[in-house]
Design a protein around this ligand. Structure first.
Ligand code: NAP
Length: 305
């Protein structure tokens, strides 16, 4: 049976932004409800060691960090439930959210729905997703012990995933569309110095090659964008690390977003185009995208709310 619930504050998303917003809102007696979405804990649950979150001099495992944040928010009365919001009505207060067959209303809404991995968008990528094509080395590297793998991208994620894969794969080839990595200097140097990693510059993936019965990847077709040369390379796995897209589909038409889909907020604030709706974390941050900055804006969103 469909249920209806009214809340003072609802937080959509259970990542560093959502749990920090919940911690602050709970301590302000707002009794927040967190609708955690399809991936409770957010993107950090797909990483291993987090070395750049302050307060953990020896590093901390991503899933453990998220569990700690959640527990801390719950200690002050936050309730977290595993629900994915499919649509919202922000045209009047209270705001209305639909999740499954349930309806929620709230006086203030904090959107902390994060971002999802981007894909190349070619047919063979969708065909072999889960059968050798992945966007999470941390989740799937284990399946590629002593195998030949490729990573696509040139940012920190691509560098980090390549280095992580070297622990399992026989060899890692990093394919980047330009001749210079976007990754931070330390990671770029580390990946270029690793003897298990080779780099293919100025190159794009044209096709993922595979067989159907059972479905598995056998290779990757790569084009050099400068020479136009196309070559097939044997491969068992291919990991996409080409950035993320903000999770705003459920807000379609209800709130202002920029050209890339990130929620726009007022300068030095988490206020969105709708009074009473606040945004924090990766869903509104096309620039920094760190756990600590997400947590910081989560705090701001709760204070603003
Ligand atoms: P990113 O910095 O946006 O890099 C995406 C990479 O993918 C770029 O090199 C880009 O190429 C390439 N790319 C994008 N679309 C492509 C396409 N269609 N085909 C081929 N290549 C494509 O994303 P990210 O690496 O996920 O990092 C996101 C943020 O998280 C960054 O701020 C990063 O610093 C941060 N991060 C930090 C750490 C860490 O500090 N340990 C780890 C992971 C992520 P171009 O370079 O040509 O644009």
């Amino acid at each position: 049976m469909a249920d209806s619930h009214h809340e003072k504050v609802i937080i959509v998303g259970g990542g560093p932004a959502g749990y920090t917003a919940a911690l602050y809102a709970a301590r302000a007696d707002l009794e927040p409800l967190v609708l955690e979405g399809p991936q409770p804990g957010g993107q950090l649950t797909m990483t291993t060691e987090v070395d750049n979150y302050p307060g953990f001099p020896e590093g901390v495992q991503g899933p453990e960090l998220m569990e700690l944040m959640k527990k801390q928010a719950e200690r002050f009365g936050t309730r977290c439930i595993f629900e994915e919001v499919s649509k919202v009505d922000l045209s009047q207060r209270p705001f209305t959210l639909t999740a499954g067959s349930d309806t929620y209303t709230c006086d203030a809404l904090i959107v902390a729905s994060g971002a999802s991995a981007r894909w190349l968008g070619i047919e063979s990528e969708a065909k072999y997703r889960g059968f050798g094509v992945s966007a999470c080395a941390t989740c799937d590297a284990f399946f590629f012990r002593d195998k030949e793998v490729f990573v696509v991208g040139g940012g920190d994620t691509a560098a980090e995933e390549s280095l992580f894969l070297t622990k399992f794969a026989s060899h890692v080839t990093l394919v980047h569309r330009r001749d210079e990595l976007r990754a931070s200097k330390i990671l770029a140097e580390r990946v270029q110095a690793d003897e298990k990693v080779s780099l293919l510059w100025d190159s794009v993936v044209e096709e993922i090659l595979g067989e159907d019965d059972p479905p598995h990847v056998t290779g990757v077709r790569i084009k050099n964008v400068k020479s136009g040369e196309v070559t097939d390379h044997p491969a068992d796995g291919i990991f996409m690390a080409i950035g993320h897209t903000p999770n705003t589909a459920f807000l379609k038409g209800q709130i202002e977003v920029d050209d890339a889909g990130f929620i726009t907020t007022a300068p030095h604030s988490t206020a969105t185009s709708v009074a009473g709706v606040f945004a924090c974390g990766d869903v509104m941050d096309p620039h920094y995208k760190q756990a600590i900055t997400a947590a910081g804006t989560g705090c701001q969103a709760a204070l603003d709310a």
